[in-house]
Design a protein around this ligand. Structure first.
Ligand SMILES: NC(=O)c1ccc[n+]([C@@H]2O[C@H](COP(=O)([O-])OP(=O)(O)OC[C@H]3O[C@@H](n4cnc5c(N)ncnc54)[C@H](O)[C@@H]3O)[C@@H](O)[C@H]2O)c1
Length: 325
C-alpha cells in the first residue's frame, strides 16, 4: 500500500467515470486526490470513490506532495497547461485524448515530460481493445500481405451531446476532427504500423446544433506505401464503426468485437471497463519500469501531426505533408 502510485485526477466529468474505477481496480495504484472546477462534481466523485482530498484548482493538486501522478481528464483546450505543470512538478501524466488541439502544445507536453524524466501517456483507449490488438498482430504477422488501403468510417447521429464545450471549436478543436479523429487516425497508423505523409481533408457543416464541421473526410498517404481514408458523419441515422484494411494478400474488417478475414472470423468481445483497467495498468507498468508506455506522448505525435495537417488542409484547401510538421 505504501508503494502505491498515488493518483490525482483533474476533471471529474464523464470520462472520470471510467478512469476512477480503473484506478481503484488496478493493484498498486490509489486515487488520493480529485479536482474539478465544479466543487459539487469533485465532491461527488470523491465520495463515490472514497478519495480523501478534493481540490477545485488543479494547481493545488499539482502542488500536492502526496500526488505521484495525474490523470488529465479536461476539455481539449485545457490539456496542455496542467500536463506541463504536472510534469515540471515531477509527476507522471496520463492525459486523455486528444493530447492537445495543436501540435505545438503536444510538443510542449513531450518536452516537459522529457526534461522532468516522467512518463507521459495519452489515453488512446482503442489501443487497449481486444479486436484492435488482434488486428494489429495479424497485420504485423503478414496475414494480409503489405497494406495498400485502409478504409475507416464512423457514422452516427449523436446530437444532444451533454458537454457544452464540445460545440465550441475553439475549445474542442473540432469535435469530430479532434474528439473522434484522435481515436480514428491513431487507429489507422497504429494498426498498420505507419506514419502519414501527404494529407488532404475536407469538412462540411451540416447540422447547426454542432456549430462546427460535423462531416469530415481525411485522406492520407501511409509510410509503408499504402493509403488511408477516414470518413465521419455526425448526421447519419444509422450507425457504422468499422475499419477495412486491404493488403497485397487479402483483406480484413475490424469492428468493436471481431476481426473478419476472408476465411475466418475471430471474435474479440469488448469489455470497456477491462480496456480502461489495461490502459491504467500500462501507465503503472511504465512508471514502475521507467520506460515508455504504449501511447506515450512521443509515440502518438504522428497522429497529432495528421490532425494538424488535416486542420490546415480543411482551412486552406491544400495538401499538407504531415511528415513535415
Ligand atoms: N476515451 C474515450 O472514449 C473518451 C470518452 C469521453 C471523453 N473523453 C475525453 O476525456 C476528456 C474529458 O471529456 P469528458 O467527456 O469527461 O468531459 P466533461 O465535460 O464530461 O468533463 C470535464 C470536466 O472538467 C471540469 N473542468 C472544466 N474546466 C476545468 C478546470 N479548469 N479545472 C478543473 N476542472 C475543470 C468540468 O467541470 C467537468 O466536470 C476529453 O479530452 C474527451 O475527449 C474520452
Amino acid at each position: 500500500m505504501s508503494d502505491d502510485l498515488r493518483m490525482g485526477v483533474i476533471g471529474c466529468g464523464g470520462i472520470a467515470g471510467a478512469h476512477l474505477p480503473a484506478q481503484r481496480a488496478v493493484e498498486g495504484m490509489r486515487t488520493v486526490a480529485v479536482c474539478d472546477i465544479n466543487e459539487d462534481t469533485a465532491r461527488a466523485a470523491a465520495a463515490e470513490y472514497e478519495v480523501p482530498t478534493v481540490y477545485t484548482d488543479w494547481r493545488d493538486l499539482v502542488a500536492d506532495d502526496d500526488v505521484d501522478a495525474v490523470a488529465v481528464l479536461l476539455p481539449h483546450h485545457l490539456h496542455r497547461e496542467p500536463a506541463v505543470a504536472a510534469a515540471r512538478a515531477g509527476k507522471h501524466v496520463l492525459c486523455e485524448k486528444p493530447m492537445a488541439t495543436a501540435l505545438a502544445d503536444c510538443d510542449a507536453m513531450i518536452a516537459a515530460a522529457d526534461e522532468a524524466g516522467v512518463v507521459l501517456m495519452i489515453a488512446q483507449i482503442l489501443r487497449f481493445r481486444p479486436a484492435n490488438i488482434r488486428a494489429r498482430e495479424l497485420i504485423a504477422e503478414g496475414a494480409i500481405g503489405e497494406v495498400r488501403n485502409v478504409l475507416r468510417r464512423r457514422l452516427g447521429k449523436s446530437e444532444g451531446f451533454r458537454s457544452e464545450w464540445a460545440r465550441h471549436p475553439e475549445q474542442a478543436g473540432g469535435w469530430v476532427l479532434y474528439g473522434f479523429g484522435s481515436h480514428e487516425v491513431d487507429m489507422i497508423l497504429w494498426l498498420t504500423g505507419s506514419e502519414a505523409g501527404a494529407v488532404f481533408a475536407q469538412a462540411r457543416r451540416n447540422n447547426e446544433y454542432w456549430n462546427d464541421h460535423d462531416e469530415v473526410t481525411v485522406q492520407m498517404a501511409l509510410s509503408g506505401g499504402g493509403m488511408a481514408t477516414y470518413q465521419h458523419s455526425l448526421n447519419c441515422p444509422w450507425g457504422a464503426w468499422e475499419c477495412v484494411v486491404i493488403g497485397t494478400d487479402g483483406a480484413m474488417m475490424v469492428d468493436s468485437a471481431r476481426v473478419r478475414l476472408a476465411d475466418r472470423v475471430i471474435d474479440a468481445p469488448l469489455d470497456s471497463a477491462a480496456a480502461f483497467r489495461d490502459q491504467v495498468g500500462e501507465f503503472l507498468r511504465a512508471v514502475r519500469a521507467g520506460d515508455e508506455p504504449e501511447a506515450s506522448g512521443r509515440a502518438v505525435r504522428p497522429t497529432y501531426a495528421v490532425l494538424e495537417a488535416a486542420r490546415i488542409s480543411i482551412r486552406d484547401g491544400v495538401i499538407v505533408d504531415a511528415a513535415d510538421l
